[in-house]
Design a protein around this ligand. Structure first.
Ligand code: IPM
Ligand code: MG
Length: 367
């Protein structure tokens, strides 16, 4: 059997730096665990725009459709702020999500014990936190038509459209219920059914899908109240399912519960391919952080944990994913901190590559 294939798209800003550390982990699995990947690398975002004039070349898109999984760093930067909307770096990422039809975006927010004091919330509110946000990723106001800036009378009007079909809601709800079944069997669905018809439909369809999962305790919350509850007592949640825009907001909020955006991975999954694996793209939740790019200050953990998610969801290697997550946990427990995690007395930051090396050393120690 041929090796599983991985397309790596480091992107912009700190993307290439954090991805270099993931390469070390990938190499480790090849040499030490006989888990070898056929890795190819290409451009996305501003880096692709600089070379091709578009944030994602067609050839790269085709490649992404063929591989077993895509691993992406980050896109964007101030250099591209004035570009036309259609070629902004972010459009490269949105094209990947849309054309690969990656409708279920899994964003875990886990608070590592060693970092419970980094949250702006009290330790007892966040310690031990382990929740999963399932964000719909290919529809809603991000993609709905009509959209644009139009002339209307003597002024302009900016329009975006929130649009959800029953089947779009059904499939992401099923992904969320399936996950809930493997976790604490608790699912909270968030929308704004009090003001939006798309929210009314969302609630109806999720409730209907719930009939197929009688073991899962389903609740509904308006997304604004959900944001409040997430900061008040986040441990009341296990899995949350929500639409594209609310999911974007709520997942940033949830990320900060854990102390740093530099820690959080994500998986974007679509329908199964012919080989049974889901179409998949893995990426850290953080952005390209242009202010610290190229200085060795970035935290590679979010990207490394994204690879752990790839091991679990694409490559049937849940044990190896756990091994990697434990290695990260061990390094943090030893007190190693990148610059985003400072604040404890007397702690000197380690560089991006020192963090990567330390995680590899913990992997070695796990054998
Ligand atoms: C995210 C980001 C993206 C989004 C941007 C970069 C297009 O904020 O993945 O959360 O809005 O979805
Ligand atoms: Mg976001």
């Amino acid at each position: 059997m041929s090796n599983p294939s991985l397309l790596i798209l480091p992107g912009d800003g700190i993307g290439p730096e954090v991805m270099a550390e993931v390469r070390k982990i990938i190499d480790w699995y090849g040499t030490k665990r006989d888990l070898t990947f056929d890795v190819s690398e290409d451009l996305v975002g501003g880096a692709a725009y600089d070379k091709h004039g578009v944030p994602l070349a067609d050839a790269t898109m085709d490649k992404a459709q063929e591989v077993d999984a895509v691993l992406l760093g980050a896109v964007g930067g101030p250099k591209y702020d004035s570009l036309d909307f259609s070629v902004k770096p972010e459009r490269g990422l949105l094209r990947l999500r849309k054309e690969m039809d990656l409708y279920a975006n899994l964003r875990p927010a886990q608070c590592f014990d060693a970092l419970a004091d980094f949250s702006s919330l009290k330790r007892d509110v966040v310690a031990g936190l382990d929740i999963m946000i399932v964000r719909e990723l290919t529809s809603g106001v991000y993609f709905g038509e009509p959209r644009g800036i139009f002339e209307e009378g003597n002024e302009r009007v900016g329009i975006n459209t929130q649009r959800y079909t029953e089947s779009e809601i059904d499939r992401v709800a099923r992904s969320a219920f399936e996950l809930a079944m493997k976790r604490d069997k608790k699912l909270c669905s968030m929308e704004k059914a009090n003001v939006m018809e798309s929210g009314v439909l969302w609630r109806e369809v999720v409730t209907k899908v719930g009939e197929d999962y009688p073991e899962v305790e389903l609740s509904h919350m308006y997304a604004d109240a959900g944001a409040m509850q997430l900061t008040r007592w986040p441990k009341q949640f296990d899995v949350i399912v929500t639409d594209n825009l609310f999911g974007d907001l709520l997942s940033d909020l949830a990320a900060m519960l854990t102390g740093s955006l530099g820690m959080l991975p994500s998986a974007s999954l679509g329908a199964p391919m012919a080989n049974g694996r889901p179409k998949a793209l893995y990426e850290p939740v953080h952005g390209s952080a242009p202010d610290i790019a190229g200085q060795g200050k970035a935290n590679p953990i979010a990207c490394i944990l994204s690879f752990a998610m790839a091991l679990r969801y694409s490559f049937d290697a849940g044990d190896e994913a756990t091994r990697l997550e434990e290695a990260v946990n061990a390094v943090l427990a030893d007190g190693l901190r990148t610059a985003d995690l400072l604040g404890e007395e007397g702690v000197q930051p380690v560089s991006t590559s020192e963090m990567g090396d330390a995680i590899v050393a913990k992997l070695d120690a796990s054998l």
